[in-house]
Design a protein around this ligand. Sequence first.
Ligand SMILES: *Cc1c(COP(=O)(O)O)cnc(C)c1O
Length: 337
Amino acid sequence: MIIDLRSDTVTKPTPEMLEAIMQAEVGDDVYKEDPTVNALEEQIARMFGMDQALFFPSGSMANQAAIKLHTQPGEQLIADKYAHVYNYEGGGVSFNSGVSCKLIDGHRGMITAADVVSSINPPDFYHSPLSSLVCIENTTNKGGGACYDFKDIIAIREICDTHNLGYHLDGARIWNALVARSEKAKQYGEVFDTISVCLSKGLGAPMGSVLIGNSKLMEKALRVRKILGGGMRQIGYMAAAGLYAINNNIERLKKDHIRAKEIGTVLEKLNFVTQVEPIDTNIIIFKIDQDENDFIKRMASEDIHFYGMGQGKLRFVTHLDYTEEMHTYLLEKLQSL
Ligand SMILES: *Cc1c(COP(=O)(O)O)cnc(C)c1O
């Protein structure tokens, strides 16, 4: 038994998901003729109460397209210093959109309306880049799966309205936030200009993200996706996996969250663990008083795999393929250390 807690992206399609893939009706999606892709896009747009949705091969491409829709070269977006769009998309914001990032030193990857206000460059001061977009993440990745209070999300919207800024949600793990906070997708659709959601993280599809927004922006999104090389043909097979995932695998994220909390409780009692960050969803970040790489190697020899994040931080991520049997084994192993 190999326990892989490196990421919630390591899941493999279940027999039921594979069956949904096999049964999919497909067509050429570049001509918008793939019925399964169209069904996925319609269902997700409806779910969030927004006009239109567009299927992307990856979350990075969906975010990059959104940034392109909201900005012009030379402008600046505002995000937390931990933001995926800044740290983990290969510098795409400058490569694809020619924009820079104003980074906020937020809390667990989350920012506030006051942070945003103090990061906006005065629009008439032409020496500094024009602020044009705010990107937030929910849940946060590098911030350890933290979820926003919805009222903080609304407060940032008000600042965006006042200062004429676009507002994009990197919702790669929005499903975890919806389940953890008992929120509705529609709440998010009412607040943001664009939202990217991921089907291959907690939900277990092999690939795919969806960008959602109003029709005026989304008509341009089709062109931007083409330019980025994201036009796909009979991709309904993968959309079928995505549909299966959103129809079957959202509520079960609760299990991942419960197990994450249980792991946290055990970690807190271990004498070599010096800190466990708060656990809101399925990500557990902790620090130890010994060499992390030695610890990672020692655990790997017991078939337990996870990553270090630098700065002495270690991370476990629970997911669909992390079973009750694995959970029991892991907790026992940790307690025996
Ligand atoms: C995983 C992730 C993405 C996109 O990832 P891809 O690997 O490109 O699909 C975007 N934002 C956040 C916060 C993520 O965790």
